[in-house]
Write a protein that binds this ligand. Sequence first.
Ligand code: PMP
Ligand code: GLN
Length: 387
Amino acid sequence: MPRFPAAIESRLPDVGTTIFTVMSRLAAEHGAINLSQGFPDFSPPAALVDRVTHHMRAGANQYPPMAGAMPLREALAAKMAALYGTQYDPEHEITVTAGGTQALYTAVACMVRPGDEVIVFQPVYDSYIPAIELNGGKAVVATLQYPDYRPDWVAVRKLVTPRTRLIMLNTPHNPSGSVWTAEDMAQLADIVRDTRIAIVSDEVYEHMVYDGARHESCARHPELASRSFVCSSFGKTVHATGWKVGHVAAPRELMAEFRKAHQFTVFTVNTPVQLALADWMQDPSGYLELADFYQRKRDFFRDALAASRLQLLPCRGTYFQLASYAAISDEDDATLARRWTQEVGVASIPVSAFYTDPAQGQHKVLRFCFAKNEDTLARACEKLVRL
Ligand code: PMP
Ligand code: GLN
């Protein structure tokens, strides 16, 4: 293949391949148990898979409406009304997306102009800052302090300027497993009150909050709901990260802008999966039982690691468990994650990868995904307790 004949001034000069791809590839190369990239090693509900094939065979194979199949938008509106108390209009206020990543990207793309500032919290999910920068924005970083990963609202307030266009948040939080409280939401509302700031709320782990706590969706807080793109994903909820179907709910004015961008980037999302998800949502137990399901996995994983020298941090939500290895090694987390993948046979994610400056995020902490069968977790823990 001939080379591209000119110099490329990269739009993302500092970006390489995501850590999730890097670690999953390394795990495959070395036959390691892969607790790195977040995805289950079990299947979506069989009845849901049956509904997908049903709709394919029944002929639902052409474009659905641009904003998503109406039965799915209606099911999402009903769920959000029941769980969070806000009634979104499926016609104008809900859009189905090609996963959470596209929901987040499009929300940024439709709001951010060159020079606009977007406040993000680090450790930060890896897609946020590239999304901001591709659209000419500037990421302004608030740090969630180790080891609690709690927001410092006094510091956040100081980051707001007249150029602040968006605040992007993520609760339950990947990678830390922390969850924001009603008090956090009240603080956030106080900061954005009387500003033009909109909120992009990444709630892809909305159904994975543990120990009886509740998920504080921006949709639950009317003041925040009135300025939020509430983004989520079925990838986590139905154990099908590869289906890439997500959704956004926002007030009509924001959603009108979102759809202007959405229609010219993805236009719409595959029909049979949307219709199958709408069928699946008719029984809320599917998502309501998810927290118990994953809490059991969390507890199984933590119990199995109790005898190890890893120090487990609290996990209040998501399917990730953080662990400090300070008692085992002095190496930096990226080096150690690679070495353990190769030599110990367990792959994890170095948490410094979620920091703009990995040296600043060097707390000797690894992230383990426990969305796995107990047998997988037990085999991994057997190796980890020997360290
Ligand atoms: N946000 C967070 C915090 C995530 O962890 C993920 C993926 N696990 C996404 C967004 C992206 O979701 P999707 O795979 O549906 O694009
Ligand atoms: N969100 C997943 C994680 O945090 C990975 C998704 C991806 O690979 N882009 O592990």
